[in-house]
Ligand binder design. Structure first.
Ligand SMILES: Cc1cc2nc3c(=O)[nH]c(=O)nc-3n(C[C@H](O)[C@H](O)[C@H](O)COP(=O)(O)O)c2cc1C
Ligand SMILES: [Fe+2]
Ligand SMILES: [Fe+2]
Length: 389
C-alpha cells in the first residue's frame, strides 16, 4: 500500500480487464479507480471504486485499517466508476457516514434503492470544512467537472488536493506519458465543460497544495505548474501546439493520397508540427485529443451517399459535443459525381464557436490529379499564413 503522506494512503485498484471506459473509450493499459484513506483521530475514506473491483478495494481498505473503524466516506463524484462500491462499504461498516454535496446525496437513492441513506449522510457546501483531529478537510464544489454533484477535497494540513476526475488520466501508467493520455481523458470526458473547469480553477487559485490526488491515474507531485498549465489551456479551448492535424476519411485511398501531399506541403511551408490522422482506422477519442492539441486542422473527406464519410461525421459530431472551438480549419472534399462533403464539413465547423475556415476549399474528382496540386499548395499556404500558426 502506497503512502501519499504520513496520514494519507492510496487504497485504489486497477482494472486491466476492461476494454472500454464509459462504454466507448478504448483503454490501452486498463483504468485505475483511485481511493484514499486519511487517518487521524477520525478516519476518512475518499471515494469508493467501481463494483468490478469492490473485492480488491475492500481487502486493501481492511488491511490499511488494521482493525480500526472508518468514520467517513467522502463521496466526491457519484459516477459508478467511483460510487459503485458504496453499498458494500456501508454494509460492512455500520457507523460510517457519507459526506457529500446535497446533489450527490440526492443521487444516492437512485443508484441504490434498498438502503435508507438519510441517517447516514452529512451534506456539505462549498467552503465547508471537516475536522478529523489535526487534519482539516475543505470541500470545494466542482459542478460539471464532470457531473453536477462533484466536489473536490483539500486536505489543508497535508496540502493534498483530491481533485475528483480533474487531473486524472486512464491507467496508473499508460506507457506514453501523462500528457497524451490525460489529454485524451480530459478532452473526451470533461472537454465539454471547459467553463466549469475554469470556474473551479479560479476557486483553487490561492489555495495551498503540494500534491494533486485524482480519481484516476497517478498522484501528481512534482512540477504541478505543468499539469495546471495544460488544464488551463484545454479548458480555455486554446491550442497547446502550433501545428496542423490533417484528418482524413478515404475509401479507396485517393483522398488519403491528397492528404499526404498536403501534409508534405505544410511541412515544406513550416506549418509547425503536422499530424496525419486516418479517421477510419483510429479511435475518434485520439482524433479529438489531437484536435484540442493543435492550432489548425484540415478536414479531408470523400462524399458518401450525398454526405460526409461516417468516420468524418463521427469526428465532427464528437467535436461539437465537446464544445470544441477557436481553431483555424481547411477543408478538402472528394466525389465522383456530385461532391458535397466540403460544404457539409464547413457547415458543421462554422456551427462551433470562434472557428475560421480558410480558402480555398479543395475539391478532388475521384482521385488526386496533377492539376489539383496548385490549389492544395494554396491551401497549405493559407493555413500557414493565418495568425495562430
Ligand atoms: C458507397 C459510396 C457512396 C458514395 N456516394 C457518393 C456521392 O454521394 N457523391 C459523390 O460524388 N461520390 C460518391 N461516392 C464516390 C466517392 O466519393 C469517390 O469515389 C471518391 O473519389 C472516393 O475517394 P477515395 O479514393 O478517397 O476513397 C461514393 C462512393 C461509395 C463507395
Ligand atoms: Fe466522471
Ligand atoms: Fe471517473
Amino acid at each position: 500500500m502506497v503512502s501519499i503522506t504520513r496520514n494519507i494512503r492510496f487504497i485504489g485498484t486497477e482494472d486491466d480487464n476492461l476494454d472500454m471506459f464509459e462504454g466507448q473509450y478504448p483503454l490501452v493499459n486498463g483504468i485505475s479507480y483511485n481511493s484514499y484513506l486519511i487517518e487521524d483521530e477520525r478516519i476518512a475514506i475518499v471515494d469508493s471504486v467501481d463494483i468490478r473491483r469492490c473485492g480488491d478495494w475492500l481487502a486493501a481498505l481492511g488491511e490499511a485499517l488494521e482493525g480500526k473503524m472508518p468514520d467517513y466516506l467522502i463521496v466526491q463524484h457519484m459516477e459508478p466508476d467511483h460510487s459503485g462500491s458504496i453499498h458494500e462499504l456501508l454494509m460492512r461498516y455500520s457507523d460510517l457516514k457519507i459526506v457529500a454535496t446535497a446533489k450527490a446525496i440526492a443521487m444516492l437513492a437512485n443508484f441504490f434503492d434498498d438502503i435508507d441513506f438519510s441517517p447516514r449522510t452529512v451534506a456539505v457546501k462549498d467552503g465547508d470544512t471537516l475536522s478529523l483531529g489535526n487534519t482539516t478537510l475543505r470541500f470545494i464544489t466542482a459542478p460539471m467537472v464532470h457531473w453536477p454533484e462533484v466536489m473536490m477535497t483539500l486536505d489543508e494540513t497535508d496540502r493534498v488536493l483530491f481533485s475528483a476526475d480533474a487531473f486524472g488520466t486512464f491507467a496508473m501508467s499508460s506507457g506514453c506519458g501523462w500528457d497524451d493520455e490525460a489529454r485524451r481523458y480530459y478532452c473526451n470526458i470533461v472537454g465539454k465543460f471547459g467553463a466549469s473547469v475554469q470556474t473551479v480553477m479560479g476557486k483553487l487559485t490561492g489555495l495551498k497544495f503540494d500534491m494533486i490526488a485524482p480519481l484516476h491515474g497517478p498522484v501528481l507531485k512534482d512540477d504541478l505548474a505543468h499539469y495546471w498549465t495544460l488544464y488551463d489551456k484545454w479548458s480555455r479551448y486554446e491550442p497547446e501546439t502550433r501545428g496542423v492535424l490533417v484528418a482524413y476519411a478515404s475509401i479507396y485511398g485517393g483522398t488519403a493520397e491528397a492528404a499526404r501531399r498536403l501534409a508534405l506541403m505544410l511541412r515544406e511551408q513550416d506549418a509547425g508540427e503536422v499530424v496525419l490522422f486516418d479517421l477510419a482506422r483510429h479511435d475518434v477519442s485520439y482524433a479529438v485529443a489531437e484536435a484540442f492539441r493543435m492550432s489548425h486542422m484540415v478536414l479531408c473527406s470523400v462524399t458518401y451517399d450525398g454526405s460526409v464519410f461516417p468516420a468524418m461525421h463521427t469526428f465532427l459530431d464528437h467535436l461539437a459535443r465537446k464544445n470544441f472551438r477557436n481553431r483555424v480549419v481547411g477543408v478538402m472534399e472528394n466525389g465522383s459525381w456530385a461532391p458535397a462533403a466540403g460544404r457539409l464539413i464547413c457547415d458543421a465547423v462554422l456551427k462551433m464557436k470562434d472557428m475560421t475556415v480558410v480558402d480555398p476549399m479543395v475539391t478532388l474528382h475521384s482521385r488526386l490529379h496533377n492539376c489539383d496540386l496548385p490549389v492544395i499548395r494554396e491551401l497549405a499556404g493559407a493555413i500557414c499564413k493565418t495568425s495562430r500558426c
